[in-house]
Design a protein around this ligand. Structure first.
Ligand SMILES: Cc1cc2nc3c(=O)[nH]c(=O)nc-3n(C[C@H](O)[C@H](O)[C@H](O)COP(=O)(O)OP(=O)(O)OC[C@H]3O[C@@H](n4cnc5c(N)ncnc54)[C@H](O)[C@@H]3O)c2cc1C
Length: 462
């Protein structure tokens, strides 16, 4: 039997894989997306428990844009994927907060609020903050900024108060830094724009309606989505170039164009290549989500997001202990405009975790530790929002082990390798990285990654 031949094969049906697949199919390429799991979405997927649908990771869609904006990243992504803005049904955040020890800075989708808050809490930094924001607006992060330069150093070029630097660093790390103790400078610029200058929103109905739109568009363009189709290895020719994949089933599919969202280290493993230890990501999360019998705001959790830290110098690193309770993020999904959750509340709390510890527990110990830390995370978050425990009707919690299982990311890493490959180079001819390890994170970032690598390597080159 001869193996099926494709113009391109995409490994993974996360945001980047779906976006890449849509672009390729739009241009008439014969393409298949190969996903090991039953469902698509990757890190941003959904599941049902107790008759209720849960999102696996949705805090916020960053890069909010208004429909009339033509040049915003979200508008550009939607245009390239031929999706309509109105179909996303985005509800904007209310107020959110950076809360580090006794420093509090509120922000919203109106950037003037953050400017006023900085002027209130750090009056001596007013001019410096304006100069920093100007630099962020004017920067060309992909062409003029050294990809490995320090984001903290970039902030310090403009801001002289370390407490303000750390307060602004906290959300930049939480929403996309794979690098311990810092964030890449180009990523800091992109994330500051995405979170503060563009803003945060949530699709009504959570992540599923957005995924439904992507899958429907992909299929309408003629793309094949094959779930339960794990890629066991990449086939290579005598020159080392990829010529197809072998599936977990043993079947083979042929193509000399492979786009992989599996991660840098993981993709090289599939190709039979090693990677440097420094390429292995170290950061992972434990996240709890609690459904409440009444809205979050009614118990005092008034903000949409709270980035919290009990010190002015939060540690962005893999903790020694199973979970680091000293800093984290609280997301109240019902504090977005037009949410469909009311009259219930939905609160998520996320903290850094040690993947090695979590992956080493036996099953019984894993259950015990999960319950213990889930409770501890809620207690740690309570002073910054409200204690969700007394009003909880349903709880779910994921750990680095869950992330490893559902995404195949070694070590349960969330933001992948600390060394990004902006050109998508996997080091193996014909294999291009998309998604997290190409260097664009978050929902909009991953979509953009799939689009840009498909445009650059799979559409132009053929
Ligand atoms: C807890 C959490 C909360 C988050 N919240 C937000 C948020 O609120 N807003 C936001 O913008 N971003 C958020 N993110 C980040 C966002 O989810 C990711 O940046 C983005 O989804 C990454 O997409 P991706 O396509 O690069 O990869 P992934 O989502 O990791 O998708 C990769 C896919 O490839 C599949 N795969 C891997 N190996 C193979 C193989 N060998 N064969 C077949 N299939 C394979 C996996 O099963 C997976 O489906 C969050 C992440 C986490 C962990």
């Amino acid at each position: 039997m001869t193996a099926d031949r494709y113009d391109a094969l995409v490994i993974g049906a996360g945001m980047s894989g779906l976006a890449a697949g849509i672009r390729l199919a739009q241009f008439g390429r014969r393409v298949a997306i190969l996903e090991r799991h039953a469902l698509w979405g990757g890190l941003n997927s959904f599941y049902k428990r107790g008759g209720r649908r849960f999102d696996s990771g949705l805090h916020a869609l960053t890069n909010f844009a208004r429909p009339e904006s033509k040049t915003a990243p979200l508008s550009r992504v939607l245009r390239q994927l031929r999706l309509r803005f109105d179909d996303l049904h985005l509800g904007e955040q209310g107020r959110s907060r950076l809360h580090l020890a006794d420093v509090r800075l509120d922000f919203s989708n109106d950037f003037a609020l953050l400017e006023a808050e900085v002027a209130r809490a750090f009056p001596a930094q007013r001019t410096q903050f304006a100069s920093f924001v100007r630099a962020v607006r004017e920067a060309e992060p992909f062409t003029t900024v050294d990809p490995s330069a320090s984001g903290r150093a970039f902030l310090r070029e403009h801001l002289t108060d370390e407490d303000l630097v750390e307060a602004l660093m906290l959300p930049l790390c939480w929403y996309g830094s794979a690098r311990e103790g810092d964030v890449d400078a180009y990523q800091a610029i992109i994330l500051f724009r995405a979170i503060f200058l563009e803003g945060l929103a949530r699709p009504r109905g959570g992540i599923k309606p957005l995924l439904d739109l992507l899958v429907a568009r992909y299929k309408a363009e003629g793309g094949e989505l094959r779930t339960h189709h794990g890629v066991e290895s990449v086939l290579r020719d005598s020159r080392g170039a990829a010529r197809g994949v072998r599936l977990d089933s043993g079947d083979e599919l042929l193509s000399d164009r492979i786009l992989s969202s599996a991660g840098y280290v993981e993709t090289r493993n599939l190709c039979g290549e090693s990677s440097a230890p420094a390429d292995q990501g170290r950061l992972s999360f434990v996240e709890t989500q609690r459904v409440l019998s009444q809205p979050s705001a009614s118990i005092g959790a008034l903000h949409t997001l709270v980035f919290f830290s009990d010190s002015l110098r939060p540690a962005w690193r893999r903790p020694e202990e199973p979970v680091d309770l000293s800093n984290g993020v609280i997301a109240c999904s019902d504090n977005y405009a037009g949410n469909e959750i009311a009259p219930r509340g939905l609160m998520r709390v996320t903290c850094l975790a040690n993947p090695e510890t979590w992956c080493a527990y036996d099953e019984a110990e894993y259950r015990t530790q999960k319950d213990r830390w889930e409770d501890a995370i809620c207690a740690a978050a309570a002073p910054y929002a409200a204690d969700p425990r007394p009003l909880t009707t349903q709880v779910d919690c994921f750990t680095p082990r869950t992330i490893t299982h559902y995404t195949g990311h070694t070590g349960g890493t969330v933001y992948g390798s600390p060394r990004k490959r902006l050109d998508g180079d996997s080091g193996v001819p014909n294999v291009h990285l998309i998604g997290t390890d190409q260097g664009f994170v978050g929902i909009v970032g991953a979509l953009m990654s799939g689009i840009s690598i498909a445009n650059r390597h799979a559409l132009v080159a053929q």
